[in-house]
Design a protein around this ligand. Structure first.
Ligand SMILES: Cc1ncc(COP(=O)(O)O)c(C=O)c1O
Ligand SMILES: [Zn+2]
Length: 411
């Protein structure tokens, strides 16, 4: 059994793995809110590392179990998450002029977003720690995913949704058997459920006001997968969408661990991507701040990344990897969504942002022609009918006569 513990990201104090949702207790006593993260005995992991098993095991993040926080495999919940395609897209190659531009297509997860990796771990940990109920706050994807994994685990689930979350996603949440609550200020009730009513929070890493360190561990498996898919090569650049910043931090942590295990010898530069109408990371990065600022009244079509502020861990991933925080306009997101779709990938606006940022950088000559670039497409367009309406331009051809059909089909 590999030794695993929780370590404070600020004071480095160590704790046993357990339900620690308010961050580091020691730091809290000093008035500092600091997340804790899971750290492993990497020498022990290295001694037993079998990369061929990573290649051949069936689709599920649990093939990386020595690097995941669960102690009893009987508590593992899976819907076959992970194992998503790493592909080149014709239209992106043409538009970028880059030889090695890849898309990590996370829309192929069980509930069509990368959130499934985080919920596979979070819900499993809820089960291991004896919780019967889970909860989360969401703009859509996270809630759908938590509801599905709670269903798979046989746990009750309450989801607090952003008022603009699509009706379709409320329907999916309820279809999986969870309660769906639409609410502007979601943090208050969520923390009450966690502190007073025995709910486990399937939330991010940063205590705002409660959080779980376990979801990050799911996100990081993306990096393990990419290195295996690239036969051991390391991307030069990663472009990922950023809201809370936990996804990008997880991806960074995955590479950092692979380096600690001597599987890779370097870490990619991490580029955190946002929309111009909601860019707290970009503002903080440009001011060289370590804390993420707040953007009042954010506005963008990309609801999944329309968070006023985010966790400092995402900024840390960017600084420590010599990356940057970037943004793109909504018209550019919509244009790039069309480009991706015409290359065969239907992505939601938030997960188009990294592709648009990479194309912007390629056009500006900032990416060398030989650089290996991976863009994270984290969620599908299929769960966002309203956004899809704004992104699709061609009309449906209704009951045409043949003359009209000829006109429509360029005959
Ligand atoms: C599709 C998609 N991409 C990216 C993100 C941003 O992830 P994070 O909040 O971890 O930065 C989200 C969050 O909801 C999302 O749903
Ligand atoms: Zn601490």
């Amino acid at each position: 059994m590999i030794a695993k513990k929780l370590v404070c990201m600020t004071c480095k104090k160590e704790y046993d793995i357990g339900p620690m949702f308010d961050g580091c207790p020691d730091c809290r006593q000093r008035g500092v809110v600091s997340p804790v993260e899971v750290v492993y005995d990497y020498n022990a992991v290295k001694a037993g590392l079998d990369l061929s098993a990573w290649l051949t095991a069936p689709r599920s993040i649990w093939k990386y179990r020595d690097l995941l926080p669960l102690s009893d495999p009987a508590h593992a919940v899976t819907l076959g998450e992970g194992g998503t395609p790493l592909v080149q897209i014709r239209t992106l190659n043409e538009a970028s002029g880059l030889e090695s531009l890849y898309v990590k297509n996370e829309t192929c997860n069980p509930t069509w977003s990368f959130k499934d990796r985080q919920n596979a771990v979070s819900v499993s940990m809820a089960r291991e720690l004896g919780f019967k109920k889970v909860t989360t706050s969401t703009t859509g994807n996270q809630g759908v995913s938590t509801a599905a994994y709670a269903a798979a685990a046989g746990l009750e689930c309450a989801v607090f949704c952003h008022p603009e979350a699509p009706r379709l996603q409320h329907d999916l949440i309820r279809f999986y058997g969870a309660r769906s609550v639409s609410l502007k200020d979601r943090k208050q009730f969520l923390s009450t459920l966690v502190r007073d009513y025995g709910f486990f929070p399937c939330t991010g890493l940063t205590p705002l006001p409660v959080a779980s360190p376990f979801g990050i561990e799911g996100y990081k498996t993306i990096s393990y997968e990419i290195v295996m898919q690239l036969n051991g090569r390391v991307p030069d650049r990663i472009y990922a969408p950023v809201a809370g910043g936990h996804g990008i931090y997880g991806i960074y942590k995955g590479f950092r661990e692979l380096k600690a295990l001597s599987v890779v010898d370097r870490i990619p530069r991490m580029f955190g991507c946002q929309a111009e109408g909601c860019n707290p990371y970009v503002r903080s990065f440009q001011a060289r701040q370590r804390e993420v600022t707040t953007v009042k009244n954010p506005s963008t079509i990309a609801l999944s990344i329309r968070d006023e502020t985010g966790g400092d861990c995402g900024l840390r991933a960017i600084y420590d990897s010599d990356g940057a925080a970037l943004d793109v306009s909504d018209p550019e997101i919509i244009r790039t969504a069309g480009l991706l779709a015409r290359g065969g990938v239907a992505a939601e606006p938030a997960s188009v942002a990294p592709v648009a940022c990479a194309l912007q950088a390629a056009r500006a000559g900032q990416i060398g022609p030989r650089e290996l670039v991976v863009c994270f497409v984290t969620g599908t367009a299929a769960k966002w009918p309203e956004a899809l309406d704004r992104m699709v331009k061609e009309p449906i051809i209704h009951n045409p006569n043949f003359e009209e059909l000829k006109l429509a089909l360029w005959l």
